[in-house]
Design a protein around this ligand. Structure first.
Ligand code: PHE
Length: 340
């Protein structure tokens, strides 16, 4: 086929394909590639120049360029108008799932910690942090738990050596802070704690707590109750009730555990609250004067209360999680499910 015939053939085929494209019988990409692709029809024209005499070459070159420009322009303008055409013309199956974009989210434990922090920050508590690797002195001794005290059995400890350990509770942050600051004070201290316990659906070798400490003149048990009741209502809603049961911690006297009325059954009794209508969420008490002695606070002037909130427990309740381990294994499906 000589060059002129070939150009004519391409022109004819292009007019036909334009119609086919508009009537949706050829897809845009195929249409475009057929002419403009690396091995497209237009690319077939240039080799034909070889068979043309030198004197005809400029003329033929112009013809090739001209058809190439016209077709390229037309195809691009059809492409630009694609968005104006109906889905049907585009051959799009609108029932097909789109490409999903994954976005990160805040871990549920971090979310709860942030929420609790802001509840206490609103009433003047500031946030401080203590070390996770600490000494026996800060974790036990200065909290009125001497060596050989039976209360050490309450918390199975990971020792690094005789004196150094992974903290078993955030109460150790209290001592660090009191050593460096004078009362009055109002702090909370969130963080990770470690216990050498058998791993199960209910316990893991690490978990999170938020410690609270309030010291001033004339602080009474009623202040503790009022503060923690405000906290429970802020977190779980105005209708939640609180109750305090006597308990024992070596660093507080008297000590208590606070329960909230079961948010699932509204205290009617369900298997989450074990039919009792109440769920325990924290330990608390009035700071034992023995602790003040370790940090040189005058026990005749100062009094205060402390509390330790278990974060996982609250997160499990809030998200209906039955196995504590799922918070730590980075399971994307779980995290996606409770993305907030
Ligand atoms: N540290 C205690 C625990 O881990 C909780 C607590 C903190 C109790 C402060 C009383 C006061 O169990």
């Amino acid at each position: 086929m000589n060059l002129n015939d070939k150009i004519q053939a391409i022109n004819d085929s292009f007019s036909k394909d334009k119609k086919n494209f508009k009537s949706n019988s050829i897809k845009f990409d195929d249409f475009k590639n057929k002419y403009l692709g690396r091995k497209g029809l237009l690319s077939e024209l240039y080799p034909l120049l070889n068979s043309v005499s030198d004197s005809d070459k400029p003329e033929c070159g112009k013809k090739i360029n001209s058809i190439k420009n016209v077709i390229t322009k037309e195809i691009h303008s059809l492409g630009n108008n694609l968005s104006d055409l109906s889905n049907n013309a585009l051959n799009i199956d609108s029932s097909m799932p789109g490409t999903e974009k994954f976005s990160g989210s805040i871990h549920p434990l971090t979310k709860i910690i942030d929420e609790i922090k802001s509840i206490f920050n609103r009433i003047g508590f500031s946030t401080i942090y203590g070390p996770e690797v600490d000494t026996d002195y800060y974790n036990f001794e200065a909290l009125n738990i001497p060596k050989d005290h039976p209360a050490r059995d309450m918390q199975d400890t990971f020792y690094i050596n005789k004196e150094t350990l992974l903290r078993t509770h955030t109460s150790s942050s209290q001592i660090h802070f009191m050593e460096k600051n004078q009362p009055p004070l109002r702090i909370i201290s969130p963080g990770r704690v470690y216990r050498n316990e058998d791993i199960s659906v209910r316990s893991y070798c690490l978990f999170h707590q938020i410690e609270g400490l309030y010291i001033d003149k004339n602080v009474k048990f009623s202040d503790l109750k009022g503060t923690l009741d405000y906290f429970a209502k802020s977190l779980f809603g105005e209708n939640v009730k609180t109750r305090f049961r006597p308990s024992y911690f070596p660093f507080t006297e008297p000590s208590a555990e606070m329960d909230v009325s079961c948010i699932f059954c509204k205290s009617k009794g369900c298997n989450i609250c074990k039919q009792s209508g109440w769920i325990e969420i924290l330990g608390c008490g009035m700071v034992d004067p023995e602790v003040f002695k370790f940090v040189d606070y005058d026990v005749d002037i100062w009094s205060g209360f402390a509390f330790g909130i278990g974060i996982e427990r609250i997160a499990m309740l809030k998200y209906g999680v039955k196995d504590i381990r799922i918070f730590y294994n980075g399971d994307i499906q779980f995290l996606e499910q409770i993305k907030l």
